[in-house]
Design a protein around this ligand. Sequence first.
Ligand code: KIV
Length: 311
Amino acid sequence: MSLTNFPGGGPSPAGTPITKVTMPALAEMKRQGKLISALTAYDYATSRLVDEAGIDLILVGDSLAMVVLGHDNTLAVTVDEMLHHTRAVRRAVRRALVVADMPFGSYHGAVAEGVANAVRFVKEAGAEAVKIEGPRVELVRALTDAQIPVIGHLGLTPQSVHRMGGYRVQARTAEAGARLRADAHELAEAGASVLVLEGVPREVAARITAELSIPTIGIGAGPDCDGQILVFHDLVNMTFAPPAKFVRRYADAAALIRSAVEHYREDVEHRAFPSDEESYHLPAPARKVLGADPNDTDAVVNQDALQDFGA
Ligand code: KIV
């Protein structure tokens, strides 16, 4: 196994200095008209790739309940499970802002309980902000008072799947659009640093984006938001389900992985893996005792001494 040391700070793997993305930096991007790229990620390897690709914000989304853990919706994932994944992401990410999604039930009771759970994400997992769904203005104010940056999430809020009766586009009437705008303004006034708008008509998202001074990040909300977010598994075709209208698939990881695994299985079945070059060898004298040709592997033996288990 090859182990990779990954201390905080310092240059990127390419040798260029890293400028950490912070919450004020996202606000500045909006002021300068620079669009924010965001993506979900849930583990070390994926987060490293996403971070090294220059994505500004990584959300450890509760969508992990579905795309990583195989649940039917996001409701079952627990605080401890979210903390576990947030820690893995934190260990990988050097540049992007790391945001933890507060799971269903962790902020739906008393405000103090919501704050206590949010503190765990910052203290125990290294999150730099938390995201909560719905117009929970009082909680946003309390989190802001507690110095925890908050991302609001309005429109199609998956934790409300039972109330909504499914994953449906929201704010499709003038009244519902006006309510959503009012909620967005209240969250911003309460201290939310960013607002995710999910599953709303483009026109509604555009108007809210124009009216708010905080950045909006859209998912199924059209191109006029200040940034975009997608679920990583949607982006690379790892969801085993037909994509929603707003998803663009940038790669077919399912096909890539399936073909690699099938190829490996065939090689094992035909003794084509591992090869002699992929094998360790005894030193020459020991080979002689076993009756093998002692001469033809010296170079390999020396190399083995240096390379055993990736040293
Ligand atoms: O959990 C999630 O993945 C999300 C986003 C896609 C916004 O909440």
